[in-house]
Design a binder for this molecule. Sequence first.
Ligand code: F6P
Length: 546
Amino acid sequence: MTLIQSPAWKALSSHFDESKQQHMLDLFAADPKRFDKFSIQHGNLLLDYSKNRITEKTMPLLMSLARQCNVESWRDQLFSGEKINATEGRSVLHVALRNRSNSPIMSDGEDVMPAVNAELDKMRGFSERVRSGEWKGLSGKAITDIVNIGIGGSDLGPDMVCSALKPYASDALNVHFVSSVDAMQISQTLSQLDVETTLFIIASKTFTTQETLTNANTARAWFLEQASTTEADIAKHFVAVSTNTDAVSAFGIDTDNMFRFWDWVGGRYSLWSAVGLSIILYIGMDNYEQLLAGAHDMDQHFKTAELEQNIPVIMAMLGVWYTNFFEAESQAILPYDHNLNLLPMYLEQADMESNGKSVKRDGSAVSYSTGPIVWGAEGINGQHAFYQLLHQGTRVIPADFIASVQSQTDNQHHADILASNFLAQTEALMRGRSLEETQAVLDGLDISKEEAEMRLPHMYFEGNQPTNSIVMDKLTPYNLGSIVAAYEHKIFVQGVIWDVNSYDQWGVELGKQLAKNVLQEIESGEDKFEHDSSTNGLLSWFRQHR
Ligand code: F6P
């Protein structure tokens, strides 16, 4: 039986047909306890999901689907180190990296916790030496600048967390992220740096990624070009983060200066591993451990809470409701906290690289939509840019509004304006503005009746746009850890429902392979290419204009 023929899916289909026209405003009017029924608090986090197009029947039906798809048993397999990433023959154990209870977690019959803890200890020691100034650069000066060279999961997570937790950072250290192979980024970064006080972290799970190794080589060449440096100084200024010891050695980094992680950590789930080294240097190990603790707390919640009371499961099943029944194509991420402005980009990779799949675990094609297009930006700026489409466009766009209540500054007035916009936007998206209300607004304007009639349909808002409000008391390392872990588990649950492997990413390979051939063609003297006419034409144009 396929998913869409299953009893739980069919029940949801019928429920969708009978409830899809209902307006949330009417549902709120009919039930004063709607917020209490459809919100959940965990620690200092609140998920209000009452502004969704759900009735009291919807959540039980969604949870039946989750049970029918064996979410609980998949969850157990994840935590017990089963090789659920079957296409790569790997366990999926980012939860072990933040397992603060230190209970054994097995992979291939071996408890991974001693190795995880040893690496954490090594990072603590190293970061304390760098942050205290005990680690000296080539001329005996302390390190002032950290440059993380990585891309994808070896960049987005650390960059997002460093940006989010800036208020917890040391004033003595700056952190820079270089990911693009466009030389503009690394040259702009290098131009700000003093070779004597810069530490490069080359972060790459595979240590084969073209962009990262190209940037790493450029950084090393820049380092060695400086009058004061020698090859021997590299050890004081370059460290590596990888699973690939041989490639790190081959690159010329002493493996004593290498921080390890394991193939059971997916790149987009790796900020909790040694890939977090730039975070640790920036905010210190104690704060990083708080980040891990917050994630672990969410792991425990996800692992033990009933599906009905389980934040990641609720978020996941609401996403399934919109993707598969409302045929929503995207999921917006709208943080109302300036320091979370990289979260949408981070979640784009986490979600789309995980669930952007069209083949089931058994290799057959899916007959339903899978991962949504995830997009977003800082909400307050979006209001003055793309929210028009959320308010009056033609699509259903589920949106996660994410806010921290306590400002990291002492400017309460700014914080209140931000909060009022957060609250007003989710209310406006839900309630809309009826024709009568719009007419009343027009009646108050000094315009002719004809003008008012003409404007009426343009100023009417249908509303009924679904939002989740995810609110924390403050953007602390702990809360950030919890939120990111909640999204990771949401993505996992959706992958289980859609029966896809959320932990491989074969789709990124083809472009990489073709790029290697095209690079040779761009740099060769040849002018005859054997691609399609578009690629041939573009290639010639690039060659003529380079
Ligand atoms: O090409 C995609 C990808 O493999 C991502 O999955 C990964 O996060 C990124 O590239 C970087 O990979 P690595 O850490 O091995 O350099």
